[in-house]
Design a protein around this ligand. Sequence first.
Ligand SMILES: Nc1ncnc2c1ncn2[C@@H]1O[C@H](COP(=O)(O)OP(=O)(O)OP(=O)(O)O)[C@@H](O)[C@H]1O
Ligand SMILES: [Mg+2]
Length: 242
Amino acid sequence: MPPEPPPAAPALLEVEDLHTYIGQHHILQGVSLRARRDAVTVILGRNGAGKTTTMRTIVGLLRPRAGAIRFEGRPIHGLPPYEIVRLGIGFVPEGQGIFATLTVDENLRVAMLDENPESRDRLPRIFALFPALERFRQARAGTLSGGQKQMLSIARAFVNPNRLLLIDEPSKGLAPIIVEHLVAALQEMKSQVTVLLVEQNFAMASALGDDFYLLDDGRTVHHGRMVDLVHDHALKKRYLGV
Ligand SMILES: Nc1ncnc2c1ncn2[C@@H]1O[C@H](COP(=O)(O)OP(=O)(O)OP(=O)(O)O)[C@@H](O)[C@H]1O
Ligand SMILES: [Mg+2]
């Protein structure tokens, strides 16, 4: 008999049959996904499919009614957001979540978790990824361009030595050339952190993604390798309209 193949390494993040309510509304009705270590996993789906709700549930901003979320094998559902963040999960919310009246520098400093002395040492890496942020360190964040705000928002999560970054629609509202810069920066970051990315821009999703999960009506309806989805025109048309 051939030897048994080695067991698959456990995913960094495992989400199993998640059900989340917002008020009376049963929004997530069975979301499951796995984010492999050192890969970029992309969550796709139409507007209202439940992508943001999935991310907000993972980071503890919404409490699931049923299902399980495990990070490095450890259940985290039910933990408050500040504890989840301290485990090494960074969240870049849709619409940026930066402080407009603080400078770029101040935005980065308030994002640093105090018990991580490494954060300061990470600044040069961040400025190498996003040179514009170094140029505008003393500028108020509210005066930055849309693309620079998005970069600052990602930098705020990257300033801590996180093992997983959740990034919700980073390309939204950005010009194509800025999206290209963002893709390049995220390509660089790929070697340093595992990423779970919500992205409707299919060019960006397919440039960055290793694995994909397709949500529809609050459920995971498909998943696989991004290279296979790129050629699956029927699936893309049915669920994404591309
Ligand atoms: N605060 C809320 N109250 C009521 N319903 C909500 C609330 N937030 C989200 N929903 C509903 O939950 C469903 C999923 O929303 P969600 O924001 O997760 O979708 P999404 O996939 O991120 O969409 P988009 O691509 O537009 O960002 C939608 O039908 C939305 O209307
Ligand atoms: Mg959303």
